[in-house]
Design a binder for this molecule. Structure first.
Ligand SMILES: Cc1cc2nc3c(=O)[nH]c(=O)nc-3n(C[C@H](O)[C@H](O)[C@H](O)COP(=O)(O)O)c2cc1C
Length: 316
């Protein structure tokens, strides 16, 4: 399968798939495996600046293919991250969880390609006004921090792609060729995979977390902090349910113990970020195999649809 579109051209990759920038999960081995497979590995910028720089260098030791970095604006307290990213010669950045006005012009003036993560049409239009090169459009079925306005990808993607001229990468629910092709049908030119890559062989999370993904059904995640603070989609556990039911409790203390879950495998110690697509994942695969299967399924399903429907005969 050969992809040749705005996303592959802007990012300089063969396959328009991004691995999500997941703090403590997307360690250099996963980022490098994704980039080496011809897609775009993203280094999470949510860690301290020196750690992010070391991670970039470690990924570069493992592959010479293009890599990107995510700046989660609300969590990246140290603005030195921008100079560091520019200094390390990174060509592609996604910004998320904050105003696109904050870093876009600085990054673009330094020659980088910038995509901003958006959960609504209004935020998409603002990001385009701020001068971004592309958007990551994230539906509410996806993992992690979310907008209080929950809109799923089936509505969000065609809405936004019909109103903006910049390329769109879909995020939320994409795990295979069928979901990638669906995103393309809705106007996207690429996809970002979070939950699927969290359950990859190279992902740094403890086996218990990967096993939780394999055994999860589509109803085994929940949106926390719906009405207060910053909503987030996580694995449905006793801890998450108790937090949801206690109007006084906040997620902060639990989130500060995230390594007990991701590194040590205690699913009740903290809140594991997972998307609804966990219900569609039943195998831990190497990142390169996820990308290979995704592109070959995409091609097969597309050919099957064309053979069935693009015949001039009535649709059966
Ligand atoms: C463990 C984890 C951590 C994440 N951290 C970030 C982050 O720091 N910045 C960001 O933009 N997105 C983050 N995300 C969201 C992903 O980038 C992605 O958009 C989302 O997982 C897509 O939905 P999916 O899980 O259905 O693939 C995270 C997701 C997971 C699973």
């Amino acid at each position: 399968m050969i992809f040749d579109n705005d996303v592959t051209n802007q990012l300089g990759v063969e396959i328009p798939v991004l691995s999500a920038p997941m703090g403590w999960v997307a360690r250099p081995e996963l980022v490098a495996a994704v980039s080496a497979a011809g897609a775009m590995g993203l280094v999470p910028g949510s860690l301290p600046v020196e750690q992010v720089r070391d991670d970039i260098r470690r990924v570069r030791d493992l592959t010479d293919k293009p890599i990107g970095v995510n700046i989660p604006i609300a969590f990246a307290k140290d603005p030195a991250i921008v100079d560091m990213i520019v200094g390390e010669g990174i060509g592609f950045v996604t910004t998320s969880a904050g105003s696109p006005g904050r870093f876009t012009s600085i990054l673009k003036d330094a020659g980088l390609t910038v995509y901003h993560v958006v959960p609504t049409l209004g935020t998409a239009l603002k990001a385009v006004d701020a001068g971004v090169d592309g958007l990551v459009v994230e539906g509410s079925e996806g993992a992690g921090f979310k907008s209080p306005h929950e809109v799923s990808s089936m509505v969000l993607l065609p809405l936004i792609t019909s109103r903006v001229d910049v390329p769109v990468v879909a995020a939320g629910g994409i795990v295979d060729g069928a979901s990638l092709l669906a995103a393309f049908a809705l106007g996207a030119q690429g996809a970002q995979m979070g939950t699927r890559m969290l359950a990859s062989r190279e992902s740094a999370v403890h086996t218990h977390v990967k096993e939780a993904v394999l055994s999860a059904s589509e109803t085994d995640t929940m949106m926390l902090n719906r009405s207060s603070g910053r909503p987030m989609r996580v694995l449905r556990t006793a801890t998450a349910t108790a937090l949801d039911e206690d109007p006084e409790a906040t997620a902060g203390p639990l989130l500060s113990r995230i390594l007990e879950t991701y590194e040590h495998g205690d699913l009740e110690a903290s809140l594991a970020q997972l998307g609804q697509a966990a219900g569609r994942i039943d195998e831990v695969l190497a990142a390169a195999e996820i990308i290979r299967r995704t592109t070959s399924e995409f091609e097969q399903i597309l050919a099957g649809l064309a053979a069935r429907h693009a015949t001039g005969r009535p649709v059966a």
